[in-house]
Design a protein around this ligand. Structure first.
Ligand code: DGJ
Length: 329
């Protein structure tokens, strides 16, 4: 098929391959994406920070043998926590390996970030006041009973990040999570809480290092996880998945006029074939390309539960069309 590279969005370097039917990200969905060194990009449950003209990708390092944790009522497949990786790119197509942004602890089994623990879904935002890069992540025990949100900080985007501590915000469980930073500098932690039954949104302190007492409960008893929030034309959108371990399920989205609600559920944003499984993947982040045009990249993980290291990524174009979120494969 003939492919033409065009400058589709705001950046002269951001190229998408276009065919006659529709526009698709050049990085081929579900294939093995390589970094500048020829190694497979190891950044699962990832998020992106745009800083100083470059995109920084942060994700879970999954390396080693996948095993099934015994005596669980669900399929608790896991690999040792490898820490958090960082890659950078100017065009979202070519990714340069930067560093291990947050290394797993190999010596202290009591540490939150010991390799025996769960370190998932890292998201990084920059705090203009403190000039610090702040990383939040899901911290757990291998049976997922700990349900904490962890925070780490660095003066450089690629780290190394210094792990500070973890918390249950306002005493509430926190598992799958994301961070959203609004245009006014306020930042929020969004997390699956109450045994994954109900999502919560909590305003962070001005330095982004701790939760405030201000929080709301949303999507009550809906069993949603994998939150990814974005803003378009003054409205806030939250994409989530259902709760089915590493297995794919239908995405859903909600919309609100304010981060602190009220949130209205809108249904599945995915269209066409395989929309019932989010194209065999699970949401992790929505990256704005051009707020004005309503174009975003929907970033998702295609988990391989039997070999988590070989989990793949799919990044698809997301459009907001008259207030409706649409993701096409
Ligand atoms: C689904 C979550 O979205 C993932 O981040 C991970 O925690 C798995 N569950 C574990 O089974």
């Amino acid at each position: 098929m003939k492919r033409i590279l065009i400058d589709l969005f705001f950046s002269s370097t951001l190229c998408f391959a276009v065919n006659a039917q529709n526009a698709k990200p050049l990085l081929p969905p579900g294939e093995k994406w390589k970094d500048d060194k020829g190694n497979f990009i190891n950044a699962h449950g990832a998020g992106v920070l745009f800083y100083n003209g470059a995109y920084y990708l942060y994700g879970e390092i999954k390396k080693g043998k996948t095993r099934l944790v015994p005596n669980q009522s669900w399929e608790d497949y896991r690999v040792e926590a490898g820490g958090i990786s960082c890659y950078s790119s100017k065009d979202l197509l070519h990714w340069k390996y930067q560093a291990i942004a947050l290394a797993a602890d190999k010596t202290d089994p009591l540490s939150d970030i010991h390799a025996s623990k769960v370190i998932e879904r890292p998201k990084v935002i920059y705090n203009e006041r403190t000039k610090q890069f702040v990383m939040w992540m899901h911290i757990d025990k291998e049976d997922y009973s700990y349900a904490h949100a962890g925070v780490a900080v660095s003066s450089k985007p690629k780290g190394p990040y210094k792990y500070i501590s973890s918390i249950r915000p306002n005493g509430q469980m926190s598992r799958d999570m994301t961070i959203f930073k609004d245009d006014n500098g306020k930042a929020y932690l969004i997390y699956a809480s109450e045994n994954n039954n109900t999502m919560q949104i909590c305003l962070l302190s001005d330095d982004y290092l701790s939760p405030t007492k201000k929080y709301i409960r949303i999507l009550e008893n809906q069993r949603r996880e994998a939150p990814a929030m974005f803003k378009h034309e003054g409205k806030y959108y939250l994409i989530t998945s259902l709760c089915s371990g590493w297995d794919a399920n239908p995405a859903g989205y909600a919309v609100a006029d304010s981060v602190m609600g009220e949130w209205k559920q809108m249904g599945n944003p995915c269209l066409g074939k395989d929309s019932a499984t989010t194209f065999h993947s699970q949401s992790t982040y929505v990256l704005p390309l051009d707020g004005k045009k309503g174009s975003f990249i929907f970033m998702a993980d295609r988990w391989n539960k039997l070999d988590l290291e070989d989990s793949r990524y799919i990044w698809l174009l997301l459009h907001v069309n008259h207030g409706r979120v649409e993701i096409n494969n």
